[in-house]
Design a protein around this ligand. Structure first.
Ligand SMILES: C[S@@+](CC[C@H](N)C(=O)[O-])C[C@H]1O[C@@H](n2cnc3c(N)ncnc32)[C@H](O)[C@@H]1O
Length: 327
């Protein structure tokens, strides 16, 4: 059974310095203030200290303000998105233990200390409990950290993947599951993973490939351009970090990098689950697309989807999820 890793803060959490009224942030700050923390030399680690509030990360990129909108709900958007996996045909469907499959790319001894970076509401916590001794859950979103805490007591902290509040060579496994595409400076996060990993440790980066859900993105893009013109881009987070480009990026920091994929297909018999997936990506796009425009694009997408479903009976969509393993 894993125990949760104590993370310690040598400096007060930002909310303490600024006197936050947010009970969740204050609670995280209290926890951080109580234990020992190994802060790397030159690091500004210690929770939410982030310089960039709005970073233009290009097409499909997500500024911090948009991330806050997307993940400030503690997981509802994420649950809607993962709901599409019930439409997977074959390996990788909703019944498949994807967290267990990802984690089994490390050879566990049962002694490991794990940093679950971008942990979200804690989807990996049960799978980690059976494999590791100590787990730290870290996420940029206070709402996600609070959701983790409701799920299981332990070491949960608001932190940026690019500045981990962990000492050099202090963990055996860094897990970064479906989060690397959100990080403004992906190379910094990979360098941080290398820094905190002990020799022989594993970085496990769960991601999708560039072809994943490409058919939905293409239909969405075409509907958007038909309504709003050629300037419309469907948000595509995976364009920034995916199973296809992360091995090369990780190779700059790790001696050995491999990829394992779980290819498959979604088969959608109706438009609603596809539209729910699209709607789950609305939060955080309000600055770019006004409500009326968004609704018009979704209506056009629904029309196109239903036309296609009427013609073909189902929408078949590529699934390409997997893990990059770096050591
Ligand atoms: C798609 S969710 C994945 C959650 C979980 N790892 C899973 O696989 O279910 C992405 C998570 O990454 C977090 N995140 C985004 N940018 C981050 C950053 N720079 N540092 C740490 N966490 C970040 C978000 O707040 C969100 O909880």
């Amino acid at each position: 059974m894993a125990e949760m890793l104590p993370i310690r803060s040598a400096r007060p959490h930002r909310s303490e310095r600024r006197g936050s009224d947010d009970p969740i942030v204050t609670m995280a700050a209290r926890r951080l203030g109580t234990g020992p923390l190994t802060i790397a030399a030159g690091s500004t680690a210690g929770g939410t200290r982030v310089a960039e509030d709005r970073i233009d990360v290009g097409r499909g990129g997500v500024a911090r303000s948009a991330l806050a909108a997307q993940y400030g709900d503690g997981g509802a958007n994420l649950v809607t998105r993962t709901g599409v996996y019930r439409y997977v045909v074959g390996a990788g469907d909703a019944a498949f233990d994807f967290p267990g499959w990802v984690l089994d790319h490390h050879l566990w001894r049962g002694e490991e200390t794990v940093a679950d970076v971008g942990c979200g509401p804690g989807h990996y916590v049960e799978a980690l409990a059976g494999r590791a001794r100590r787990v730290a859950q870290l996420d940029l979103s206070p709402a996600m950290v609070a959701a983790c805490r409701r799920r299981r007591a332990g070491a949960q902290v608001v932190a940026d993947a690019a500045r981990l509040p962990l000492g050099a060579a202090s963990v055996d496994v860094v897990l970064a599951a479906h989060m690397l595409y959100h990080v403004a400076r992906i190379d910094d996060a990979l360098a941080e993973a290398r820094r905190v990993l002990r020799p022989g440790g594993s970085l496990l980066v769960a991601l999708n490939g560039v072809a994943d859900k490409a058919e939905i993105l293409s239909l969405w893009q075409d509907a958007g351009r038909a309504v709003l013109g050629a300037g419309f881009d469907a948000p595509n987070w995976s364009a920034r970090a995916n199973l296809d480009n992360v091995p090369g990026l990780a190779g700059a920091h790790f001696g050995s990098v491999s990829v394992d994929r779980l290819p498959g297909r979604f088969r959608f018999p109706a438009s609603d689950p596809v539209l729910a997936w699209v709607q789950s990506l609305r939060a955080g796009t309000e600055d770019v697309v006004a409500d009326a425009e968004w609704d018009a694009v979704v209506a056009e997408l629904r029309r196109r989807l239903e036309e296609r479903l009427g013609r073909e009976g189902a929408l078949v969509v590529t699934k390409d999820s997997g893990v990059v393993v770096a050591r």
